[in-house]
Design a protein around this ligand. Structure first.
Ligand SMILES: [Zn+2]
Length: 338
């Protein structure tokens, strides 16, 4: 359409210069174009010496009004959490206009970070411990090993996240595809794993129910963490979370007996999950599991599926997650935003 329009404008101009005696009306008749268009094109040419139209802001020829632009930017300043649709409704503008104005105004969309709800005391303790942790342990080039456990529903289709379906007509699709039924007491497995900043991982430990101190010591630390540490030629630091079973008398003795360098309690910041990326690792794993919507039959079956999904992840996924840990601990210790 636009190249046609341009040709049309060139034709009007040429005809005018070749036949200067012709009126706008005559040119229109000759070319089969309405007189008003001829007049407009020629007028624009003599005013601006171009037949190109002024570049308008925005698509569909609607120009951005300076006033509306300011209103949109102002509204986002007033309510940064407002969605494009909210703002459009509030200001009685179209969503596409608000979206374009937002981009033009240099407004970016950021993800809201989840932050732990720490009280003043925890923050004080946390900062002191983070400072110690950073200066006494993390400035060394050692491998950093972290561990944690999480619960995963046996029915992978029930893992958190949005599901979509495609159809020409929503209701032409069977209900079991349109709807996801969530059972309140779905069967879950507990999975424990240790991951290292160098990308090495322990095998997962899987069970139903919860881990107690003895199971943690025998099944997780002895059978899985120790082999992971021994895979290393260089030194390692093990950073457990503050759960009491990670610092029980038995476990402390086990660290000692096996020569495991670990982050002592007085250097372990409380309630600071944002420093430690294992939650993100679980999220990545669960997302990957959900792509293969199976129902797990047994602990062994779960373990197989977990390992197979893990193999398909990007080769440096853990390393990327662990990259920022030292920087974050340092920042937190200095009272900066992590
Ligand atoms: Zn390592």
């Amino acid at each position: 359409m636009s190249s046609n329009e341009k040709e049309c404008r060139e034709l009007i101009l040429r005809t005018h210069f070749e036949n200067p005696e012709l009126s706008h009306r005559d040119i229109g008749k000759m070319l089969g174009i309405v007189q008003s268009t001829v007049s407009r094109v020629l007028k624009r040419y003599f005013e601006n010496l171009t037949i190109d139209r002024k570049v308008k802001n925005g698509k569909n020829g609607c120009s951005v009004s300076e006033k509306d632009h300011k209103r949109v930017v102002k509204q986002f300043r007033r309510d940064p959490r407002g969605s494009v649709r909210d703002v459009a409704n509030k200001l009685n503008l179209s969503s596409s206009f608000v979206q374009r104005t937002k981009q033009r105004g240099g407004l970016c969309t950021y993800k809201v970070q989840k932050a732990p709800n720490r009280d003043e005391r925890q923050n004080m303790v946390g900062k002191t411990r983070a400072r110690k942790l950073y200066t006494e342990m993390l400035t060394k080039p050692h491998c950093l090993v972290i561990d944690d456990e999480t619960y995963v529903k046996a029915d992978f289709r029930q893992l958190p996240g949005l599901l979509f379906f495609s159809a020409e007509d929503k209701f032409s699709v069977p209900e079991e595809i349109r709807k996801q039924k969530l059972s309140k007491f779905a069967k879950k497995y507990m999975v424990w794993q240790a991951i290292c900043s160098c990308e090495k991982r322990s095998a997962p430990f899987v069970m139903t129910g919860t881990v107690n101190g003895q199971v943690y010591l025998k099944e997780c630390l002895q059978k899985l963490l120790l082999p992971l540490l021994k895979q290393h030629e260089g030194p390692t630091i093990f950073w457990p979370d503050l759960t009491s079973c990670h610092y029980s008398k038995d476990v402390l003795e086990w660290y000692e007996a096996n020569g495991v360098t670990f982050v002592p309690k007085e250097m372990n910041p409380p309630n600071a999950p944002e420093l430690c990326p294992i939650e993100k690792y679980w999220a990545i794993m669960k997302q990957a599991l959900r792509k293969n919507p199976k129902v797990v039959k047994s602990e062994a079956d779960f373990k197989r599926k977990w390992i197979s999904v893990q193999k398909k992840l990007q080769p440096d996924v853990v390393q990327n997650l662990m990259d920022g840990v030292k920087r974050k601990v340092r920042a937190y210790g200095l009272g900066l935003e992590v």
